[in-house]
Design a protein around this ligand. Structure first.
Ligand code: TXA
Ligand code: MG
Length: 529
């Protein structure tokens, strides 16, 4: 079949499209939510062609679209007050109501059900076509069953070219996810599918609305869903999708530690440059409308880019976000990952960083010891040590091939350029060591990860730390601690103190400041961790 493509949307094109529908054909039409694949709702034969074109399971009922309120009466046996109030508030718009079905609705529209789904779209082209066709239109989303719903005419063309009579190009859909579906056929109204009209908006009109468990959780084997569409894996690009809860820093840790060829990410605006795989953004972190608007288009783009796995920054599930989260859960087949929360722990020498590390370890954090990491990567025979001796000279090694730290320090800290060379050799190895350590040692019982490192603000690892814990103490106290602990002369101890950045530097970079001196007490200082 040759699929006609109407892109002017003038009166003659829309009349032609309506004519096709009247004659039992299939036309993809724009709505404010997503594109719909429309058929005359009173023509069972036309409706069954929709299932065929989409490859849709035939038990999945369709929404009937009307353009005027009076068109609802022949479709339903009851139009209760609650439904009237909702129609008054939110029609035309992205809201679908499930109501008791009249016998005029052919069984193909809602196979084996006593109910019918009705919606009055707000998109002017959709409304015009319904009007011109003179009949309500049954229309599911105009995608191949299982793939993300189409939000542009091009998406429809990609999925259904040659399988339907025509496509009307009305530009990008505004909302971007399908309508909110609520049933009024139960005693308490129940939200079956979240969308552009939010739960709060529904409750503002109706009072309490139940939320169907299938909105946010996987249906148990054998349980019949209130909305048949909910049982199918949906909205999926070809790649495996994973929702990743938590901070951007934890997200980066996950990407780096699990990296495989073909990994890509769906993130918020501005995060792309910081995530080392191909990233698409679906809007600002707080812009839930944009996330809804872009979600499906971006999921489709991952297919074009050949993604094998897509890691998604978890959006908020408030307001319209509930709809976005619901679609993502299905795209991900409910795979949600919670990478560990990671904090950096640092402080000037003698401040008591190690003591704090011990307390946090007792509290259930996995401690990554930066000193141990730094030593491990330059063990005798290691590739890092080889590179260091190639760069700085073999006289940094003793006769057994072990590193002479003082010799390396002398050379590496002689110029800024050398210091950078040293860092570029050691930092990636330390980071990798830390990642491997976490992968090997982290278990369910851990609250999170603490990276204990004096030079954390200069490290690569800081990109994984969502907060920095800085331990402080006055200089005289730190001096006294070093003297009694390390058996240095006062002069040597002061040299060590002065070699570090000053207190101001640490304090400016602290998210959590831990005061390790009287009258403060550490357990109180660490209470919130
Ligand atoms: O925004 C939308 O709703 C778009 C545009 C085209 O209007 N349409 C759409 O249709 O998303 P579709 O078929 O992809 O999704 C309709 C959902 C399915 O989950 C279906 O199971 C549910 O509504 N549904 C339809 N009739 C129902 C009924 N009588 N009882 C319970 N659920 C029903
Ligand atoms: Mg659909």
């Amino acid at each position: 079949m040759n699929t006609k493509f109407y892109k002017n949307c003038d009166a003659s094109e829309l009349t032609e499209a309506a004519e096709i529908l009247k004659n039992g054909g299939l036309v993809a039409i724009p709505t404010e939510t997503v594109y719909g694949l429309a058929a005359n709702a009173y023509n069972g034969k036309a409706v069954s062609k929709v299932f065929e074109a989409k490859g849709r399971p035939t038990d999945n009922p369709m929404i009937v679209h009307i353009s005027k309120l009076e068109e609802i009466h022949p479709l339903v046996t009851d139009f209760p007050e609650k439904a009237k109030a909702l129609a008054e508030a939110y029609w035309p718009g992205p809201l679908t109501m499930i109501l008791p079905k009249s016998d005029l609705v052919p069984r193909e529209v809602a196979p084996r059900l006593e109910t019918v789904a009705v919606r009055m779209p707000s998109h002017p082209i959709a409304r015009k076509i319904i009007e011109l066709a003179g009949v309500p239109l049954a229309a599911p989303s105009a995608n191949s069953s299982g793939s993300p719903s189409p939000t542009t005419a091009q998406h429809v063309l990609n999925d259904l070219d040659g399988k339907i009579d025509a496509i009307v190009d009305g530009g990008e859909c505004d909302v971007g996810i399908e309508s909110t579906v609520i049933t009024l056929a139960t005693d308490v109204p129940r939200l079956l599918r979240p969308g552009g009209i939010t739960l709060q908006q529904l409750e503002a009109v109706l009072g309490h609305v139940d939320v169907d468990p299938a909105v946010l959780s996987e249906l148990k084997e054998g349980v019949a869903p209130a909305s048949p569409g909910m049982k199918y894996k949906h909205y999926s690009p070809k790649a495996e999708v994973y929702i990743v809860e938590g901070s951007l820093e934890s997200f980066k840790f996950l990407i780096d530690s699990e990296y495989r060829d073909g990994d890509m990410a769906l993130c918020f605006n501005g995060e792309e440059t910081d995530i080392p795989v191909t990233c698409l953004s679906f809007g600002d972190e707080n812009d839930l409308d944009s996330q809804a608007h872009l979600l499906f288009a971006q999921l489709r783009k991952f297919d074009e880019l050949g993604a094998k796995r897509v890691f998604v920054r978890a959006p908020s599930n408030e307001g319209v976000g509930l709809g976005v989260y619901n679609r993502l859960l299905r795209a991900a087949a409910f795979k949600v990952i919670k990478p560990p929360v990671i904090y950096g722990l640092t402080g000037q020498t003698g401040a008591g960083k190690s003591t704090v590390g011990e307390i946090l370890s007792e509290k259930g954090y996995l401690i990554v010891d930066g000193d141990v990491a730094a030593r491990a990567v330059v063990e005798k025979g290691s590739p890092v040590l080889k590179e260091l001796s190639d760069t700085f000279g073999s006289d940094i090694l003793d006769e057994n091939g072990e590193l002479i730290r003082a010799a390396l320090a002398k050379k590496a800290f002689s110029t800024e350029e050398n210091r950078q060379k040293l860092n570029s050799i050691t930092h990636p190895a330390v980071t990798k060591w830390a990642i491997d350590f976490v992968k090997e040692n982290l278990n369910e019982s851990h609250k999170g990860v603490i990276v204990d490192a004096a030079a954390i603000f200069d490290s690569d690892i800081k990109r994984y730390c969502s907060k920095m814990i800085v331990v402080t103490a006055p200089e005289e106290e730190r001096l006294a601690r070093i003297l009694s602990r390390d058996g240095l002369t006062e002069e040597a101890a002061m040299l060590r103190i002065k070699a570090q950045k000053d207190e101001q530097y640490y304090k400016e970079r602290a998210d959590i400041l831990v005061r390790n001196y009287a009258p403060y007490n550490l357990s109180q200082e660490l209470e919130l961790l």
